[in-house]
Ligand binder design. Structure first.
Ligand code: GTP
Ligand code: MG
Length: 173
């Protein structure tokens, strides 16, 4: 892929979901601006960023939507999912609870989004291996059972963030 800011062939909306503090906003900051912040604030409402890439010789504008993991800061659910063709379901590999909540997020996603939406399960913070609380095998098994793509990422170290977005965008394409 490469950068292609001239003409846009496709616009793909991708949504980020998962518990608060799993790193959704930092995954987006890494992908869209190659930035990372350790003192990231909880998201309130909805934010989005775009980045245009070349996929199979077409310029694809990825419009990535990011919302609050915290219920009280969340925006209207149906509007958030409307038109989304990809979704990233994020948990934190050091927080078992964030993984245990994934079925709920998946249920919300499946009840509001298009049935053909491409979904990737993401175990973020892979740099914190010494604090791991979710075995990679548990996540792989869940992803396989539910028919999801799966990757572990680190927004901090920039591991697999690019690959995760490209997996979703290429599959949508
Ligand atoms: P909400 O907006 O409340 O839903 O949270 P969020 O999922 O957007 O989390 P956010 O991106 O704000 O990150 C939460 C905390 O985790 C911040 O302190 C980040 O710096 C940190 N963080 C995010 N990604 C990583 C990562 O890959 N590794 C490490 N070590 N920390 C990370
Ligand atoms: Mg956030």
């Amino acid at each position: 892929y490469g950068d292609a800011s001239q003409k846009i062939d496709y616009v793909f909306k991708v949504v980020l979901i998962g518990d608060s503090a799993v790193g959704k906003s930092q995954i987006l900051a890494r992908f869209s601006r190659n930035e990372f912040s350790l003192d990231s604030k909880a998201t309130i409402g909805v934010e989005f960023q775009t980045r245009t890439l070349l996929i199979h010789h077409k310029s694809v504008k990825a419009q990535i939507w990011d919302t609050a993991g915290q219920e009280r800061y969340r925006a209207v659910t149906s509007a958030y999912y409307r038109g989304a063709v990809g979704a990233m379901l994020v948990y934190d590999i050091t927080k078992r609870q964030s993984f245990d909540h994934i079925p709920r997020w998946l249920e919300e996603l499946r009840s509001h989004a298009d049935k053909n939406i491409v979904i990737i399960l993401i175990g973020n913070k892979s740099d914190l291996e010494d604090q791991r609380d979710v075995p990679i095998e548990d996540a792989k098994e869940f992803a396989q059972k539910e028919g999801l793509f799966f990757l572990e990422t680190s927004a901090l170290e920039s591991t697999n963030v690019e690959t995760a977005f490209l997996t979703v965008l290429t599959e949508i394409f």
